[in-house]
Design a protein. Structure first.
Lengths: 406, 406
């Protein structure tokens, strides 16, 4: 029985699984430690009241002949697709056709599964540090070569550090796919429309695809920061965009996301141009059975006036936490990035400390769980991610504890 | 931008998409035709009242600080895993550890994604006719060679027809994976424990994996038919089992399933033995974010006494429909299979008519939508699938209409 060597030989565990293990071991050894988690990107505030009501109402009606719904359309219900186009894209001057929007159970599955459309020898570029799913999902498909000294031999890394202001350089050679995530996970930094245009222009010239992860777009507060890559002219020919209700509306435990694949995005199979939209349709109709009806109704309510207002209250709450973290750490002399258009604050570790050492230090001395930058890639070494998803009280206390041990 | 040639070159559409297209075209041309659908395997009865109540209660509580749940555990909540082990396996003498059960958003995604664990050159066998997902998901990964004359050059077909009583022969040569689905989709037939043991013994001897799809197990009425492959000794060393709440509890529009991967199932990577359970953990933690909390609560309620009683009422209703179909067609002189331990009746087409011709005939003359056997594989030619998931009234009328045009 021959197995996939690429999955079997993946290095270490998935970052958050490794953190979970270390935290569990610490808790077992110190059962009285009152840990505060500013690590994993899970939200803590309940979903919006009106959204929960719609979710519950439609769930209850699934038990009645009138309200029952069987298999959802493979690519999502039109009522949700239309709401996304109308509320999320039209106001920014982005025009989409319904068949260009695919509803899913989240951006992580989407972004993990999307690489199935790429050729086995497609060359991949990622910003570094990076959300691990882009890398691991391609590694599992055997596209990245071997892992040695913390780097994949076949992966093109685009370093983002304080030195270049977290603006990734263009790939130094041809790649087939570039993953960009803005507002960025893990650094919390953003790119302006002009900075994104450099990538779109390059992708058009090089016949490359940009996978644009906009999962955190609801946190954008600054005016000239685009919420969608399609605000950049030409992006409709070379970009796929992933979005999620997880961070926008606290849906981490509800599960709903969506992916935009314009019909004008094409790639090559031999000498032919092939539509990625068509390939994804085929992939989804073969391997998915759509998303729960009550979940899609709840997601649509996020765009209703009351739902939107409630949802934005939570976003503001988290953004205030981010500000508390950044301000507090900066006062203590730390160098911090992000936290303005993002729930993530990316701090430099004190005295160039290794990020896993800083993780262990904070866990042990401050009882605060963060995420070591090295877990996001080689250029994450020397940095540490703190997230704004805890309560204001716990966030304030965590900042005090962290600054206390610096 | 290099794309996956195997997806791009997949023949025709996914079976049910093709049926949908033909039906839509017919409806457009004949807007007054009152179609009855005995085609796609979607259920029609609402989910059980107590299950809907739990679903709605937990959904509503997601809007409160006390009831909110963020990311679910990657592999499912323990309360649901425990309920599955206790209610679904222990009574049949099958003992499972919690880490051997993986909760998902359905058996179709599970069975479509599972092949990611197999080596690129793993050789695959399927019973023929077959549920298309096993074939298409492996074809997309490039494991099946080329499609020519209705057959994949690299796929091992195990023909199941009236001639061999729908008992598949063993593969004539080594294969790495055999997909078995019992009660079978599309034929509605079953295998006894002794018949399954032949496959388990062969898999153990050949170091092959059996992927056992038990999505229809709730429909088993005969005593000596196993509900789980693990009732067969040795299966815990070579079998993975996929199950779903879709057909058991009408969850096609709710989305919940589960997969059993015993820790003792291993395969090879080079000269090493590797645990499939561990590979699947890695796959799931990288590409999935778990299943909605209210959905998992609803699924657990299926095993509660009231939930179970309600759910079995719907199963009985569908089984009665299946009996109506089979009895009615047999009275009219048709040769039928299945429909006793299954919601599917597999009929031979009259006078050896081609199955897509019979599809068009029934659509045009009887306004009944069924599924042409050829869509399930070469040995499905000359057969036709009718499903028991419509109402009793519509089912009766459909049988009358069908027998009227024979």
């Amino acid at each position: 029985m021959k197995l996939n060597a690429h999955i079997a030989s993946l290095p270490a565990g998935y970052l958050f699984a490794e953190i979970g293990k270390r935290v569990k071991a610490y808790q077992t050894a110190h059962p009285d430690a009152d840990l505060i988690r500013l690590g994993i990107g899970d939200v803590t505030r309940p979903i919006a009241p009106s959204v929960a009501r719609v979710f519950a109402d439609t769930a209850l009606k699934m038990g009645t002949p009138e309200g029952f719904h069987g298999y959802a359309p493979d690519y999502g219900y039109n009522f949700l697709i239309d709401a996304i186009i109308r509320a999320d894209y039209a106001p920014r001057g982005v025009s989409l056709k319904p068949e260009e929007v695919f509803i899913s159970d989240g951006a992580k599955p989407d972004v993990g599964n999307l690489q199935e459309l790429f050729g086995a020898d497609a060359r991949i570029a990622v910003t570094d540090p990076v959300y691990p799913v882009y890398v691991d999902s391609n590694a599992m498909a055997g596209r990245l070569g071997s892992f040695d000294g913390g780097r994949w031999s076949g992966l093109c890394y685009l370093p983002c550090t304080a030195e270049n202001g977290f603006i990734p350089p263009l790939p130094p050679e041809h790649v087939d796919v570039i993953y960009l995530c803005y507002p960025n996970n893990p650094t919390g930094t953003v790119l302006t429309k002009d900075q994104l245009k450099v990538f779109v222009d390059w992708a058009l010239k090089e016949d490359a695809l940009i996978v644009y992860d906009a999962a955190y777009k609801a946190f954008i507060t600054e005016k000239d920061i685009p919420q969608s890559i399609y605000e950049v002219p030409g992006a409709e020919k070379c970009c796929i965009e992933c979005c999620s209700f997880s961070k926008t509306a606290g849906f981490t435990g509800v599960r709903c996301g969506y992916m935009i694949i314009p019909t004008s995005v094409t790639g090559t199979v031999g000498n032919e141009r092939v539509s990625l939209n068509r390939l994804w349709q085929r992939r989804m109709s073969t391997k998915s059975n759509g998303v729960s009806y009550p979940v899609q109704c709840a997601a649509a309510q996020v765009f209703a006036p009351d739902g939107h207002r409630e949802v934005m209250e939570s976003i503001s709450y988290y953004l205030n936490n981010a500000s508390v973290i950044r301000t507090g750490l900066e006062k203590a002399g730390c160098r911090c990035f992000g936290g303005v258009n993002s729930p993530y604050v990316w701090m430099q570790t004190p005295d160039g400390m290794k990020s896993w050492d800083f993780f262990d230090l904070l866990l042990d001395k401050a009882h605060v769980v963060g995420t070591p930058g090295e877990g996001f890639g080689p250029s994450g070494e020397g940095y540490f991610r703190l997230t704004a998803f805890n309560t204001l009280e716990k966030t304030k206390e965590a900042v005090e504890r962290v600054t206390g041990v610096l």
